[in-house]
Every structure is written in C-alpha cells, then in structure tokens.
Design a binder for this molecule. Structure first.
Ligand SMILES: Nc1ncnc2c1ncn2[C@@H]1O[C@H](COP(=O)(O)OP(=O)(O)OP(=O)(O)O)[C@@H](O)[C@H]1O
Length: 297
C-alpha cells in the first residue's frame, strides 16, 4: 500500500505534456470496444467471452478519487499487468474488481456480473497476507483454506478437495513441504503457498497484488509456471507489479496507471518509453530491449 498521492492530471485523463503516443489505446483504441465479436463460424458474429470488463470506471475512497476512467477488457486465458508508480492505484483497482471499493462512475463487470456477485469465482492474493506466520497451521491446511468456499466451513474436505489442494501445491513446487508448519517457510515459499491456496479455489479470475516482491529467482519461476498453468485452463489473471520484465513475460496485456489510465493493450504497444514517461511523470529513464529502468521519486 502506498501513501503517496499520484500526480494530478487533467480531467480528460490525458496528461498535459503527454505525447500523442502516450494516450493510446485506452481512450479510443482497440480496447475501447464495449463488446468483442469473433466468428462468424456459423454466419453470425458472437460475443467473445470476457472475464473482466472495465468501462470508464472511476473509483474513490469516500470523497477522494483514486482512479478515473479505467477502461479495458480481459479475456479467459489472458493476464493483464497493472503497472504504475507507488500510490498509482493498482491495489485499489484490484480491490474494486473484488467489490471491496466502490466504482463511483462507469462500471466494472466480472464474468458478466457485478464484482460482489462474481466473488465466488475470484481468488485474491493480497500484497501482505494477514495470515500470521506463527499461527500453528501446516502448509497443506493453508492450501485447503482455498477450498472452503466450495465445501463450506462446517463440512470436511472430500477427495476432490484433497486432490485440488495437492495439485495446487505441486504446481508451486512445494509438495515436499505439505506437512511443514506454514510459519517455518521463507517469505518467498509462503508466497507460493498462498498462490497455491488461490489456485486450489479453481478461480476463473485470479488477482495478485505484487506477488513477486521479495521473491527469489526459484520462487519467481515457480509462480510464473503456476500462473501459466492457470491461464492454460482458461482463467484470467490480474497482476499488480513494478517489474516490467515480468509484465512482458507473463502478461498478454498491460494497463498503465497513475490515477488515470495511460495505456491498455499488448505489452509491446504499451510498454514504450513515451507511455512509461507519461505514467511515471518523466521518471522512466531507459528502455533496453524489454528492460526498463524506472527511477521513482
Ligand atoms: N483505505 C484507503 N482509504 C483512503 N485512501 C486510500 C486507501 N488505500 C489507499 N488509499 C490511497 O489511494 C491511492 C492509491 O493507493 P494504492 O495502494 O491503490 O496504490 P498502489 O499503486 O497499489 O501503490 P503501491 O505500488 O505503493 O502498492 C494512494 O494515494 C493511497 O494513499
């Protein structure tokens, strides 16, 4: 969570000094479509499935606006990276997709429903999990928590639940640690367990708030693999991250945020020096291949 306020931008969402290329495709580009059609296999075009639809959504904490006119679509099997400086509103957007923070104008739809009604199909790994590492619970018990919404808190897990939990743990490469106490694992391993808990819920939309923070290369690889498997099964993923290389690696789409949306579209179109400079207020220093060095104030 950040406590720094993002820089002010003009009311139409376009920064005054932004070059024209810095304002693609969100305002009027391809992602601005309210529905997508494919086909026509049977002669008539039909709407392509949409997991997450954001239509000019403005989000506020009480009277304080945090995000304005967020606009974009995420399809099944796709991931979108939320990129922006501290305080840009990435976590806030994730909470709005969960229905925890209100959309005051425009709308956000998850699987064709309001965020609150879709929550059953959504899993969330917050930035700093509230699970106390000293709580005496095993790794497999933590993962099984992901199943409780399906099995109910008063019933015992059945075979399908145990299989889903074991598979999820295997996906993050921690099967050997199943019986270990959660609190004895490293921070990166705990992050993998929490991802396994989310995977065990078999969500159609997974929200990850900075999952790679403080995670070593091995854990990062395991997390990326697990995300890729989930996408392969048709789930969509929203990842808030400061790591632009990961955005390139794991995500089909990138959403650049800093109170306003400075771009939404394929990484190669959106992760340009111009868009990044506009998003970071001129602090994007260097772009080399898919590596960008950003100095944050
Ligand atoms: N519960 C809250 N009530 C009021 N304002 C909040 C609340 N949570 C966050 N904010 C404010 O909303 C803005 C966006 O914060 P948010 O945490 O969404 O940013 P972020 O992009 O996730 O930042 P970071 O990269 O530092 O995690 C900040 O100005 C922050 O102070």
């Amino acid at each position: 969570m950040a406590d720094t306020a993002p820089p002010a931008s003009p009311p139409d969402g376009v920064p005054p000094d932004a070059p024209p290329e810095a304002v693609p495709p969100d305002a009027a580009g391809p992602q601005a479509a309210t529905s997508e059609t494919v086909g026509p296999e049977d002669g008539a075009p039909r709407e392509r499935d949409v997991t997450l639809r954001m239509e000019h959504a403005s989000i506020a904490y009480g009277d304080v606006p945090v995000l304005e006119k967020i606009h974009g679509i995420v399809h099944p099997g796709e991931a979108v990276a939320l990129i922006g400086p501290n305080g840009a509103g990435k976590s806030t957007l994730i909470k709005a997709i969960l229905g925890l923070v209100p959309v005051v104008r425009g709308r956000i739809e998850v699987l064709g429903r309001t965020p609150a009604l879709a929550r059953r199909d959504v899993a969330y790994v917050p930035q700093a999990d509230t699970l106390d590492p000293d709580f005496p619970v095993s790794v497999e018990q933590v993962v099984m928590m992901g199943r409780y919404r399906k099995i109910g808190w008063l019933r015992r897990p059945g075979r399908a639940d145990r299989t889903a939990a074991a598979e999820a743990l295997e996906q993050v490469g921690l099967t050997q640690r199943a019986r270990h106490r959660f609190g004895t694992l490293s921070g990166g391993q705990r992050q993998r367990v929490l991802l396994a808990r989310a995977i065990a819920a078999q969500p159609r939309l997974l929200l990850l708030d900075e999952p790679f923070n403080g995670v070593d290369a091995v854990s990062q690889h395991a997390l990326l693999e697990a995300i890729s498997v989930l996408k392969g099964r048709g789930a969509s993923v929203v990842i808030s991250t400061h790591d632009l290389a990961i955005a390139h690696l794991a995500c089909e789409e990138v959403c650049l945020l800093n109170r306003y949306q400075f771009g939404f579209g394929p990484a190669e179109e959106v992760l340009t020096p111009e868009c990044l400079r506009a998003t970071y207020g001129g602090h994007a220093l260097e772009l080399r291949g898919d590596r960008v060095i950003v100095a944050q104030s």
